[in-house]
Design a protein around this ligand. Structure first.
Ligand code: DGY
Length: 321
């Protein structure tokens, strides 16, 4: 007899869910799109364990109306969609998946840096519209990456992995964040600076901090005005850290050179959103961790967290303070 009821908000590979099938009644949301909020509430209300995604809003009211709930396990490192304080107040552990997606997300951040600097998308579009007639001495010129300054906002795991790549590309590295990280920084020759100095001196700024009330719209009109003319902004963290209207204005004014965004707010960005039409913006659909290997590891880690919580054990990766 199954002991627990579990709700999983998206389909995941059966072999990864196998340990759960052995111990629980597993309700898997069958659609490609996430469950609507009311459905999420209804199904979570009957569950002992919830395995959710960053697209699910797990707020205080949803948690309050789930009397049996004893663990929330998110298949992502970020968990700004979950009211962790409300879960903690109920004694519910919240799991997440740090570490396993670091390198793939840093790869994508660096891909966006290169693509934005070297106008990769412009080149592809140029060919697609049949404009390629010859090699042009001064056509489709981008910016060098080597020798330029990269500003990392948040030298956590992913920020440091992006900085390692930049080091290999011969970039000078600045970083900012709540505190200095001398051990990590020393190996990269990275210098700790204020947010303002980072904006003023970086040719490329890459965002790697979590979305919190303090970082919401950290990149606003004032921040963009402080950035170097022609600078590139890359965001692989959370869309809410950037004020997209202010970004658009800075690009349209010609102050910013380009942007590479793997995350937006909302997601997806409506197809008629002006950023979607903006030539110097590359937008990818939140695919930082989207490799076969990484997504499998994330799902396995989410299952391990969920099982630990169901058993009343300490989660291997717990987000509660
Ligand atoms: C995360 O894990 O938080 C990423 O945004 C998706 O992999």
């Amino acid at each position: 007899m199954s002991q627990w009821r579990v709700f999983i908000t998206r389909r995941l590979p059966d072999d990864i869910l196998a340990p759960l099938f052995e111990h629980a009644d597993v309700d898997v949301w069958p659609e490609r799109l996430p469950p609507p909020y009311d459905e999420l509430r209804r199904r979570t209300a009957a569950a002992d364990g919830l395995l959710c995604m960053l697209t699910d809003r797990i707020d205080a009211s949803l948690i309050a109306q789930a009397p049996r709930l004893r663990v929330i396990s998110q298949m992502a490192v970020g968990y700004d969609n979950i009211d962790v304080a409300a879960a903690t107040a109920r004694g519910i552990p919240v799991g997440h998946t740090p570490g396993v997606l670091t390198e793939s997300t840093a790869d994508l951040a660096f891909a966006l840096i290169l693509a934005a600097a070297r106008r990769l998308l412009d080149g592809v579009r140029f060919i697609e519209r049949g404009a390629w007639q010859t090699w042009e001495p001064f056509g489709l010129l981008g910016q060098d990456v080597h020798g330029k300054t990269l500003g990392i906002v948040g030298l956590g795991r992913i920020g440091a992995a992006t900085a390692r790549r930049a080091h290999g590309f011969g970039m000078r590295i600045l970083y900012t964040g709540p505190r200095e990280k001398p051990d990590v920084a020393a190996a990269l020759g990275a210098t700790y600076v204020s947010f303002e100095r980072l904006l003023a001196e970086s040719d490329v700024v890459s965002i790697h901090c979590p979305l919190t009330p303090a970082t919401r719209h950290l990149f606003n009109a004032d921040a963009f005005a402080r950035m170097k003319p022609g600078a590139i902004l890359v965001n692989t963290a959370r869309g809410g850290i950037v004020d997209h209207d202010a970004l658009l204005a800075a690009l349209r004014a010609g102050h910013l050179g380009a942007a590479g965004l793997d995350v937006t707010e909302p997601e997806p960005l409506p197809s008629d959103h002006p950023l979607m039409q903006c030539e110097r913006v590359i937008i990818t659909p939140h695919i930082g961790s989207a490799t076969v290997q990484t997504r499998r590891r994330m799902a396995q880690m989410a299952v391990a967290n969920l099982l630990a919580g169901l058993r009343g054990e300490r989660l291997p990766h717990c987000a509660n303070p």
